[in-house]
Design a protein around this ligand. Structure first.
Ligand code: ZN
Ligand code: ZN
Length: 210
């Protein structure tokens, strides 16, 4: 599975295009904003989008979902229903973070732990990883050894838990029981900043080693 990362919004959120070179179809994960830039990147890559995937309900990740879904007539899958309060409160989030006010949305499909999603005929596993938000999900494509983890884990850091319904203990539990068991050789795209591997973080991330 191929990928391209497009940092969007003032928060430099790693919107990600996932696609198959065999079919040149794919999905966009977390279109938080800057929709024109995302659409141009998709066109440049020559990819036809099938759907939008969402990791969690924070505005820098999903603030552009409603607009992109409407513009390209795409279905939306994710996050987990525990993040419904964030999607319903999209206007409040926009005002709180100084974003242009965008619409909330209801996904066509809520996701749960153990679900799978398909992108270009390939299967990605859905892992429910609460802590940063209660309804955060992670997408794992085992054949590519690639995961899109949103704001669960970063290179050298972990997600903030000082937002509404954040839970530090739950976040550590998610990382230790869901993410790290995927294997040291799994590369991951975090919600912000550079990519890393689970092995690198298991060994060197200060938040996982105290
Ligand atoms: Zn977040
Ligand atoms: Zn974020």
């Amino acid at each position: 599975m191929k990928y391209a990362i497009i940092p969007v919004t003032p928060f430099q959120q790693n919107c990600t295009i996932l696609w198959s070179e065999a079919t040149m179809t794919g999905a966009v994960v977390d279109p938080g904003g800057d929709i024109d830039r995302i659409v141009r990147a998709v066109e440049r890559a020559g990819v036809t989008l099938e759907k939008i995937l969402a990791t969690h309900g924070h505005v820098d990740h999903v603030g552009g979902v409603a607009e992109l879904a409407r513009r390209l007539s795409l279905p939306v899958e994710g996050p987990h229903p525990e993040d419904r309060f964030l999607l319903d409160g999209m206007e409040r989030q926009c005002l709180m973070f100084g974003f242009p006010v965008t619409q909330g949305f209801t996904p066509d499909r809520w996701l749960a732990d153990g679900d799978t999603v398909t992108v270009a005929g390939e299967t990605l596993a859905v892992l429910h990883c609460p802590g940063h938000t209660p309804g955060h999900v992670v997408f794992h494509h085992a054949p590519s050894k690639l995961a899109v983890v949103g704001d669960v884990l970063f290179q050298g850091s972990i997600g903030r838990t000082d937002f509404p319904r954040g839970d530090h203990a739950a976040l550590l539990e998610s990382i230790h029981t869901k993410l790290l068991p995927l294997g040291d050789d799994v590369a991951f795209i975090p919600g912000h900043g550079p990519m890393s591997t689970l092995g690198q973080e298991r060994r060197h991330n200060p938040f996982l080693n105290d």
